[in-house]
Design a protein around this ligand. Sequence first.
Ligand code: DON
Length: 570
Amino acid sequence: MRLDILVLHGAKLRYGCVIGVLLIGLVSASVVSASGSVGSKGMVVSASSEASRVGLDILMAGGNAVDSAVAVGFALSVTYPEAGNLGGGGFAVIRLPTGEVMTLDHREQAPLASRPDQFLDDSGQYDPDKALYSHLASGTPGSVDGLLRLHERFGRLPREAVLAPAIELAESGFRLSDVLASRLRDLVAGVPDRPATVAKFSTPSGPLKGGDLWRQPDLARTLRTISKEGAAGFYTGWVADAIVAEMKRGGGLIAQGDLDGYVSVWREPVHGRYRGFDVYSMGPPSSGGILLVQMLNMLEAFDVASLPLGNAELIHLMTEVERRAYADRAEHLGDPDFWPVPQQALTDTDYAAARMKSFNPERASSSDDVGHGLVFPESEQTTHFSVIDSDGMMVSLTTTLNSSFGSQWVVPGTGILLNNEMDDFAASAKSANQYGLLGNAANAIEPRKRMLSSMSPTIVMKSGQPYLITGSPGGSTIITTVLQVIVNMIDHGLDLEAAVRRPRIHHQWRPDVIYFGPNAISPSALEALRAMGHELEQRPPMGDANSISIHSGVFTGFADPREGGAALGY
Ligand code: DON
């Protein structure tokens, strides 16, 4: 079979060997580079060229966007172990050809034996090692349940067909890119005392190198069991036994009762209108959708299009909007099954207007003064991928282990890396987590509660027609990345590639600093912002917004060059 893949533009740094894989190892495709692609029948954009390839093959074999997304999700656990996972969790926003939009929360849960103070040391201080790299860091994984539930409800191909490519990649192996090989070497060098992690991510004779064929036989066996038995193959049986045994050995909390009790939850999307576009994103336990809609509501009152990109006035406005939304996040957002999240109030346009009353176009507000709004209760790795098929079924899915390679503990014999998502809870009202985020009772640890997320898989519709699928990794910067992609397209009229490429800025209330990526702010704008009273700090590039835009029936996919990945369509 020959694929008709149209590629938009030039090579990217990490693609030397990945392109080699595409051309040699797989179906003959007219791929020269894979960061941008156009098509009209289907499109898959992910952070891994092998996983995007899997998704495209599934579409071409008659699968729909959900089959493709589920196959990509499992493939990423093999080819993008930094964040692709079986031992983590995520969120999906799905738009059906009928126009209905729904979301699936498959976020990890705190084990039953968790305690609110489990990450505090004897003096009440947050202990990042415990929260991030101990067995206590792991929540009960949701990915396998989530992907299979998605597939069960909307997939068209048999389960075995969507798992087969991941099994094959794990069993027969794939060629490592230089980037992934170097990440694996760094990982292994940092955990000499974790034999299962060392064994999975190196060879008996030493470290892996770019170009090596990397096989993961244990992971292949786990995936094969899931393929045969469904979710029971992960949450019960030998895989579950291995997880529970590793938890006992390492002082972790996940027990069989936690695995037995895990269920993904179908939830209503958060919906907002922005300049006539309909924005659908993930609701709590992610903060993404609410903050996105809240920030768009605040921006709508301003003539954003008249403020040139990179200009101090625009960055000031975006910062003040972000400051106010993130202050609310810290106070009001948490798992809605445990905490009355005031979703209606926070996404109300009058509330947005009230919040911006204190906005001064010439001066930075202070985060001390802004605080959180008084609303009343009503009754470092993640990955995002986007898929659309010829019927207009759209999947926007963000998944994670939290940090790169999660807690860095592999469950012996299974090839499964465990998440360190428990750090997304607020360890105490005063302790910021690894992203510097603060939280309160709304996001305190409680048994079976889901930790608050920033993941924001998003779908935007224009007059009822597909317009954009986007989302990103980046911890607390996820929401502002998604916001900027949307504003870049809707207000500034950029095409998808330019909207995604554009350098980003970020403010999250506390710390009271504008973070900016390389080349995001000109020296004169920097000076103007400092004169307004802002503190600014340059950071590495933020986000990896693997997105698809849709215009007149044509799908344009673009893999964010910040991470490298592949957009493949036909
Ligand atoms: O759910 C969250 O918000 C975080 N655990 C996401 C982690 C992340 O994006 C790391 N990526 N760079």
